[in-house]
Design a protein. Structure first.
Length: 94
């Protein structure tokens, strides 16, 4: 994926050139991150309909949950993010 496309995924994944399976996964992880108490069987069903199997759905949930946990602990402790040498297009997406 080109740098410009990665930047688009970061800034607005809905407008990025992603397939429907990726968009379904990102919609789920966004909801899981922002409103986890609102996850329903229909959300899991949407992942299944997009072609994810049970192991993949578990991996999606674990990956998103872990990242959310790490971010919250870092915020709690006031940890600064590491600065990496990202291309300018990526940095502008944030």
């Amino acid at each position: 994926m080109a740098v410009e496309e990665v930047a688009k995924v970061i800034s607005n994944w809905r407008e990025a050139a992603l397939d429907e399976q990726d968009k379904t996964m990102l919609a789920f992880t966004e909801k899981f991150t922002l409103t986890p108490s609102q996850i329903t069987d229909a959300d899991i069903g949407a992942l299944r309909e997009a072609g994810f199997n049970e192991e993949q759905i578990l991996s999606i949930g674990l990956g998103a949950g872990y990242r959310n946990w790490v971010d919250r602990i870092a915020d709690l402790l006031g940890v600064e993010e590491e600065k990496f040498d990202f291309p300018e297009e990526i940095l502008r997406a944030f």
